[in-house]
Design a binder for this molecule. Structure first.
Ligand code: THU
Length: 144
């Protein structure tokens, strides 16, 4: 069965509850869907050495990529904010890495009220991004 956006939203909200964020108390959950209909989740993981904090989106992306799933089609970010918030700059750069010709990544941002999602896409949230092409690399040719 094809995983639905509704399921992705539910899983991102569940992942948010697993956030390890004793310093900011700002919970973030993420879920993502890959082209082969697999779902991965992540939450923010903070550290007493603040600079080591990792965002929910990058946790989820690293989980998918490390399992061999790089064809990401949708990412959901869930926070407890009144208005949905979109991924931070570092996460946007990580997301654009996995957008390629013919595959943009749909981004769905969810706040407290799940019924009012906001939508964007990888190529929209980071204009003038630094991308593999800038290094004369085509990841699709370079790597399986
Ligand atoms: N955070 C995320 O997990 N994703 C974002 O896109 C924005 C920020 C986390 C990092 C940190 O643990 C907390 O939210 C406050 O910045």
């Amino acid at each position: 069965m094809q995983i639905t956006e509704e399921q992705l939203i539910q899983e991102a909200a569940k992942a948010k509850e697993r956030a390890y964020c004793p310093y900011s108390n700002f919970r973030v959950g993420c879920s993502l869907l890959t082209k082969n209909n697999k779902l991965y989740t992540g939450c923010n993981v903070e550290n007493a050495s603040y600079g080591l904090c990792v965002c929910a989106e990058r946790v989820a992306i690293c989980k998918a990529v490390s399992e061999g799933d790089r064809q990401i089609s949708t990412i959901v970010v869930s926070c407890d904010t009144d208005e949905p918030t979109f991924p931070c700059g570092m996460c946007r750069q990580t997301i654009i890495e996995f957008c390629y010709p013919g595959n943009d990544i749909k981004i769905i941002a969810i706040g407290k009220d799940h019924s009012k999602p906001k939508y964007s896409k990888g190529t929209e949230v980071i204009p003038f991004a630094f991308v593999p092409k800038d290094l004369n690399v085509d990841p699709q040719l370079e790597q399986k």
